[in-house]
Design a protein around this ligand. Structure first.
Ligand code: JHZ
Length: 440
C-alpha cells in the first residue's frame, strides 16, 4: 500500500511532540504571511468563479492548534476565515485553504470521547452494514479517526479498513484492532486498495467531506473503490442548521465547506454519482446523512429537500445578511454577560475545548480576563492552552476545586451529556449555560 502505516509511538506522545516542536512551523509562517497563495478562486462543487464573500470572521489561529505553555510568548500563525457563496450552485466554502498537512497530521479530536457520538456511529455502521455488505464484504471508512465507527462492526462477518491522515489517532484505531492507513484519501490510494483488498461494498465518510479541498478527487476515488450495488454514506453538518441556529463557531479552517444538498447533488452528478437518500440528525448542531450510489440525478426525496432549500433562499446572499446580524448580536450579548459577571465578582469557566470553542472565544474577544479557565475531558488537550485566547485547559475534575459560579459550555453540541456527567457540580451550585445564554 502507498502511504504511511501506523507509527508505533503512543498517540498522546505523538501529539505532545507535535505541539512542542511546532510541526511544519515554516510552512505555517509562509502561509500566514501570504494568504493569497491559499485562496480558492473557484467553487469546489461546480468550478464556477461566481464567488461572493458572505461572512468574515477576520483572521484566526487554526482551531485545534492548542498551544504548549513554553510557546505562549510566541506569535501564533493566523489565517483568514471568510465564507464565500457560489452564486451558481449555492455551495458555501472558505475563501482560503490552509494546507491539510498543517491541520490533520496530528489531531486532538477523538470520536470516542462522546458516548452519544459513539452510539450514533455504531448505529450507522450496523444499519449500513446490514443494508449493503454481504458476508465477507469490505467496509472502508474515510476519516476513520480512532476507529470508533469501524470497531462496532468488527465482530460481524465483514472486513474493515480505516483511512485517516492523523498518525496519532490512527495508532489509537490500530490499537483497538481496526487496520488503518495513516494517509489522506486519494484516487491512487483507492486504486491500490481495490487492487489489494478488492472493491468496497460500503464506503463511509463522517465529518470528513468538509475537510477536503479536492472533492473531485474524492468522488473519483469513490467511483474507483465502490463495488457494484455498493453505497457511499456520508455525514456533514448541515448549512440550514448553521444558519437557523447561528452556529458560526462551526466555521473554522478545517471546515472548508458548509454543505447544503443542492451543491452536493451538483458535485456528485459530475461524477456519475446519485444522491439517493437524505436523513437528518440533531448531532453536532444538525447533521445530514446522505446515501450515494452509482447513477445519475437524485431521488424524489432528495429533490424535495432541494425544493425546500430553494424556497427558503439557502443559496442566496440575503440569508447571510441576516446571519451576520445574528452573529454580532450573539457575540455582544455573550461579552456583556461575561463583563457583567466579572463586575459582580462572579467567575465563569469554559466547558470543553472543541474547535468551535476556539472560534467563539477568538471571534468574540473572550480572553483569560473574562474566562480564565477551560476544562476538557480529552487528556491530550489538558495542560495545553486554547489557541489565540490562551485559557489553560484543565481536567473537568478541577471544577469542584475551583468552584466557578458558572460554566459556559463551549461544546454546546454535547450539553446534555456534559450536564449529565457533571450533576455533582450542579448540586454544588455551579450553573451551566450555552453560548446563547440558555441555562441548563
Ligand atoms: P466537539 C469536531 O469539532 C471535530 P469540535 C471535527 N472537525 C468535526 O468535523 C466536527 O466535530 C463535526 C470535550 N468533552 O465534538 C471533548 C468534554 O470535555 O464539539 C472535546 O474536546 N466532556 C472532526 O472539536 C469537546 O468537548 C464531555 O462530556 O468542535 C467536544 O468537541 C464531552 C461529551 C466532550 O468537536
Amino acid at each position: 500500500m502507498p502511504g504511511q502505516t501506523c507509527d508505533p509511538s503512543p498517540p498522546q506522545q505523538l501529539l505532545a511532540d507535535w505541539v512542542r516542536r511546532d510541526y511544519s512551523a515554516r510552512t505555517r509562517e509562509a502561509a500566514a504571511e501570504n494568504p493569497e497563495v491559499w485562496r480558492r478562486r473557484d467553487c469546489r462543487a461546480c468550478h464556477s468563479q461566481s464567488l461572493v464573500e458572505v461572512l468574515s470572521l477576520g483572521t484566526q489561529p487554526p482551531a485545534n492548534a492548542f498551544v504548549h505553555a513554553d510557546q505562549l510568548p510566541n506569535p501564533e500563525p493566523r489565517f483568514p476565515l471568510d465564507l464565500m457563496l457560489c452564486e451558481d450552485c449555492g455551495m458555501v466554502q472558505l475563501g482560503h485553504v490552509v494546507p491539510p498537512e498543517l491541520l490533520f497530521r496530528a489531531y486532538s479530536f477523538f470520536t470516542s470521547m462522546s458516548a452519544r457520538m459513539t452510539e450514533h456511529f455504531s448505529r450507522l455502521m450496523t444499519e449500513a452494514a446490514h443494508e449493503f455488505v454481504p458476508p465477507g464484504g469490505l467496509i472502508v471508512e474515510i476519516g476513520s479517526n480512532d476507529g470508533t465507527g469501524l470497531s462496532s462492526v468488527q465482530r460481524r462477518d465483514v472486513r474493515v479498513l480505516g483511512i485517516d491522515p492523523a498518525r496519532n489517532v490512527s495508532v489509537m484505531a490500530a490499537s483497538r484492532g481496526v487496520p488503518t492507513i495513516a494517509e489522506f484519501f486519494s484516487e491512487p490510494l483507492a486504486c491500490e486498495i481495490t487492487r489489494v483488498a478488492g472493491s468496497a461494498n460500503l464506503i463511509v465518510g463522517c465529518n470528513v467531506l468538509g475537510h477536503i479541498d479536492n472533492l473531485d478527487e474524492v468522488c473519483r476515488g469513490i467511483r474507483e473503490l465502490l463495488a457494484p450495488g455498493g453505497a457511499f454514506i456520508f455525514e456533514v453538518p448541515y448549512l440550514g442548521d448553521l444558519i437557523d441556529h447561528t452556529e458560526f463557531d462551526t466555521i473554522y479552517h478545517e471546515h472548508l465547506s458548509c454543505f447544503a444538498i443542492r451543491p452536493l447533488v451538483t458535485l456528485f452528478n459530475r461524477h456519475d454519482l446519485r444522491l439517493e437518500r437524505i436523513q437528518h440528525f440533531p448531532v453536532h448542531g444538525g447533521t445530514i446523512r446522505g446515501t450515494v450510489v452509482v447513477g445519475s440525478g437524485c431521488s424524489q426525496q432528495v429533490q424535495d429537500w432541494i425544493e425546500r432549500e430553494l424556497a427558503r433562499g439557502l443559496g442566496r446572499r440575503a440569508v447571510f445578511e441576516t446571519l451576520n446580524h445574528k452573529v454580532e448580536s450573539l457575540c455582544d450579548q455573550l461579552r456583556e454577560w461575561l463583563v457583567a459577571s466579572q463586575m459582580s465578582g462572579q467567575t465563569v469557566w469554559g466547558y470543553g475545548a472543541p474547535a468551535k470553542g476556539t472560534v467563539l472565544l477568538n471571534y468574540c474577544g473572550i480572553d483569560t480576563s473574562l474566562l480564565p479557565v477551560v476544562v476538557d475531558s480529552t487528556s491530550a488537550k489538558q495542560g495545553l492552552h486554547v489557541p489565540g485566547t490562551h485559557q489553560p485547559i484543565l481536567p473537568p475534575a478541577k471544577l469542584l476545586e475551583g468552584r466557578p459560579d458558572a460554566v459556559l459550555i463551549l461544546a454546546w453540541n454535547h450539553a446534555a451529556e456534559i450536564v449529565g456527567r457533571e450533576a455533582v457540580c450542579r448540586t454544588a451550585g455551579i450553573r451551566f449555560f450555552t453560548p446563547d445564554l440558555s441555562e441548563l
